[in-house]
Design a protein around this ligand. Sequence first.
Ligand SMILES: Cc1ncc(COP(=O)(O)O)c(C=O)c1O
Length: 401
Amino acid sequence: MTTSALTATIDLDAIAHNVGVVRAASGAGVIAVVKADAYGHGAVPVARAALAAGASELGVAVIGEALDLRAAGIDAHITAWLHTNSADFSAAIAADVDLALSSRRQLAAVLDAAAATGTTATVTVKLDTGLGRSGVAPDEWADFADDLAKAVADDAVRVRGLMCHLARGDEPDHPLNSLQAHRLEEARDDLARLGAAPQVMHLANSPAALTRADLAYDLVRPGIALYGGVPIPGRDFGLIPAMTLTGEIALVKRIPAGQGVSYSHTWVAERDTTIAVIPAGYADGVPRLVSGRLRARINGRDFPQIGRVCMDQMVVDLGPDGSNSGTGDVREGDVAELFGTGADGGPTAQEWAETIGTIDYEILSRIGGRAARVHRSSVSPSDSVVTAHKVAGHTATGDRR
Ligand SMILES: Cc1ncc(COP(=O)(O)O)c(C=O)c1O
């Protein structure tokens, strides 16, 4: 049970189901992408659930995220792919984290760390095959490959993987997808010629993993699909949204016709009505831009959110027959669902995203630290936990989204 006003309930069975969907569609091993605290779902419980459901490894953006997983006792293979000059490669090598490298400078820094610790580092080559973001730049590739081959010969590194990231994975038939794969294959051949062949190769994010089995290679790297998000708008892959965001109604009260609601009175009551205050605001990840365009599901009915979304709270209109009138059924302490699976026609994170022209990745990963994370699983019900959400240390958002 939780005493939190705002709760993000995470259905770990949904995560397990979604892992199965990706495995079946791709026919490949799964690197569960749990960066950004598993897109806001809680990295440690999600990682455990994904691994138990058949994911074979984990992927994160920054080393700190990998170290947090290790500290929680997770010993699965972990790849981290976003490093600044201040990255602690020594700590990563000591924790057996696979370091995906995007430049000669990063490789040199890893070699220094490996020499200092007297350990062979495990690395993945991250190549920019067309995304135009992280990854070894095409004009650095030949030199990078030479450096890497020398490091392999010296036993300073072991090349575990070769990866790239798609620019248009959510447009499955776009020719760039196959072109990026072709460039990755060429790089694999280069490395093999130099005696630095990678053991595994991967490029598919969620949309590609679900639609382009021909690009799955050894492993796929789904993120949003695991969380039951929307990898390709308009396509139904049978994924189940894992996060349900609910708030406990803090206050129910009558207001007279003509009363403005919330800052700047952008909504004014046209008739006497009843309003409810829900303790969720932009500090919790509710975008202020959705003001006046949300709905909340309370006791099985939808009510419109009215006026400005504030830092900590929002208001919904319960209507003239709201609870204080004696005919309504909404009371303080009732639970308002702000988004969930949508299975019962209720609001979804995707609906929020579409309302303001963004993607559900952003909505989910920005649900803030005040929302208690409650993890539910039928596999181990006794493990259901309330976790204070961890925000510290997860400042980098990592690749792509
Ligand atoms: C390198 C890399 N691989 C995989 C993913 C997962 O992407 P998606 O959530 O679209 O599956 C990401 C996320 O942005 C990423 O940066």
